[in-house]
Design a protein around this ligand. Structure first.
Ligand code: NAD
Length: 498
């Protein structure tokens, strides 16, 4: 059985004292083992990134951009291979896995424009003979910690911009599906990235804590669940690091009575059950306004009946298994408890039979879910859609604004005034209007509000160029400038006379 190793300073490495199982979720079998970092492994990865920093930060912007252009080409060329790796360890269907690679490519494309994004500002003659300019310099070694659900896209959210800005990186991917990270690091190397600029460190809390506590790590980018995001934010910030920690979600989709109900039902099914609901932007609550629920609930039920759940490598499958048996059990506990909490169980996913030992679970649809139930309040992160019925848009907005999460939200309507009112008042970071999963394109930044983000910078796009750089402002005086006659008085600091 293959042992997946760290990738440090351009080579596979590691002390295999501790290892973890990597499953094929479609069969339930352990297919690989992954090395789990010791503190010594973590320090080796950080040291490699630190050693590579002086040369990489001094590498010209043109050469850095060249690497990203080549990477873009390689990712497009090897997309199917990468998608197959994702599916084999995560379980999502191949088309979804390929879609994830395409979305990650957007981040590489944006970062490849680094020559434009890293431009500074210049003010000439701000005072007599005095000019001021600002530059954006890398922050140093960046620790990137990523979740299981997008093993290619989420690392690319971070890596493309962090590396473009001249930083070096230690990536700690999820131990549940670690192979894609190593494949990515090798593609970066093939694209010309020097050894040590991108290192992959596998493992768990031991690896993460070493990154959070190391004085040689300047910044932390984290994406994962809310409790871990909060603890990462607090520990990294207490250690004086720059940190952005994106957390979990409970995303609502509002459907107004005037919406195109077929389009809304299609959108709800793909956004709730795609990738088995294991998406941070998955729709988990459908807020039906007025009588919208009367048409929507049966329309969604019909589509669930037609949904093919199976091995993600089978082109007929629309939904794959959950990532692990433990996660499946956790999701199942919500499905089994929903009726006792007062919900109407329209489709019970636990009743669906599968001819496989994989971590499969049927899609569940719940109606009239009480707002104080665990099913409504918790992030379930599985194929469970809760329907909540309200009378007015006003009530829908209040309900969503009361939720502690604020990652994504959507409204389906034909009324532009209602959509505008919703967009203006809703306290959520990413809003879709007749778009169920409003993940911003690569030239905008991604981020939620409230418990979905700790820190102030959103990820990828323009905000990442802010997060991964420090600005330096240079004030210079050349007293013999042509605008100033020779022999004029030299001003001391903070001159009052301009
Ligand atoms: P997770 O929080 O369990 O793990 C995320 C990362 O943190 C992994 O690399 C993991 O090894 C590490 N980790 C786990 N426990 C840790 C601990 N105690 N100390 C230090 N590190 C620890 O998340 P997950 O289950 O891999 O991913 C699913 C979660 O991620 C969901 O909550 C989902 O909403 C969220 N997510 C959010 C976004 C977003 O953009 N906001 C995107 C993707 C996923």
């Amino acid at each position: 059985m293959a042992l997946i190793q760290h990738f440090i300073a351009g080579a596979e490495a590691g002390d295999a004292q501790r290892t973890g199982d990597v499953f094929n979720p479609a069969t339930g079998e352990v297919q690989h083992r992954v090395i789990m970092a010791s503190e010594a492994d973590a320090h080796a990865a950080i040291a490699a990134a630190k050693a590579a920093l002086p040369t990489w930060r001094a590498t010209s912007l043109t050469k850095r951009a060249d690497v990203l252009f080549r990477l873009r080409h390689l990712l497009a060329e090897r997309k199917d291979e990468l998608a197959a790796i994702i599916t084999s360890e995560h379980g999502k269907v191949l088309s979804d896995a390929a879609g994830e690679v395409s979305r990650g490519l957007e981040n590489v494309e944006y970062a490849a424009g680094l020559i434009e994004h890293l431009k500074g500002d210049y003010s000439e003659q701000i005072s007599t003979g005095v000019d001021v300019h600002s530059v954006k310099q890398p922050v140093g070694v960046v620790g990137c910690i990523t979740p299981f659900n997008f093993p290619v896209m989420v690392p690319l959210w971070m890596l493309a911009s962090a590396i473009a800005c001249g930083n070096t990186v230690v990536l700690k991917p999820s131990e549940k599906d670690p192979s894609a990270a190593v494949f990515l690091a090798k593609l970066f190397a093939e694209a010309g990235l020097p050894d040590g600029v991108l290192n992959v460190l596998h493992g768990d809390k031991v690896a993460v804590d070493a990154l959070l506590d190391s004085p040689d790590v300047a910044a932390i980018s984290f994406v994962g669940s809310t409790p871990i995001a909060k603890s990462i934010y607090e520990r990294a910030a207490a250690n004086g690091k720059r940190v952005q920690a994106l957390g979990g979600a409970k995303n609502h989709m509002v459907v107004m009575g005037d919406a195109d109900m077929d389009a809304a039902a299609d959108a709800a099914v793909s956004a709730a059950y795609g990738s088995a609901g294991e998406r941070c932007m998955a729709v988990s609550v459908l807020v039906a306004v007025g009588d919208a629920g009367d048409a929507l609930v049966p329309a969604i039920q019909k589509r669930i009946d037609e949904l093919v759940i199976g091995d993600g490598t089978d082109a007929a499958s629309g939904m794959g298994p959950l990532v692990t048996a433990a996660h499946r059990e956790r999701v199942l506990s919500y499905v089994k408890g929903a009726a006792d909490e007062g919900a109407i169980v329209v489709v019970d996913g636990s009743q669906k039979q599968f001819d496989s030992d994989g971590f499969f679970l049927g899609a569940t649809l719940l109606d009239d879910v009480p707002l104080n139930s665990k099913t409504y309040c918790d992030e379930i992160f599985g194929p469970v859609l809760a329907v909540v019925r309200v009378d007015t848009l006003e009530m829908a907005i209040e309900l969503i604004n009361d939720n502690p999460y604020g990652n994504g939200v959507a409204i389906f309507t034909r009324d532009g005034g209602a959509a505008r009112e919703f967009e203006f008042r809703i306290e959520v970071g990413m809003v879709g209007v007749n778009v169920p999963i409003p993940v911003p394109v690569g030239s905008f930044s991604f981020g939620g509000w409230k418990n979905s983000l700790f820190g102030d910078s959103h990820i990828y796009g323009p905000e990442s160029f802010h997060f991964y750089t420090r600005s330096k402002v240079v004030t210079s005086r050349w007293p013999r400038a042509s605008s100033e006659p020779a022999g004029s008085k030299v001003e001391l600091a903070f001159p009052g006379n301009h």
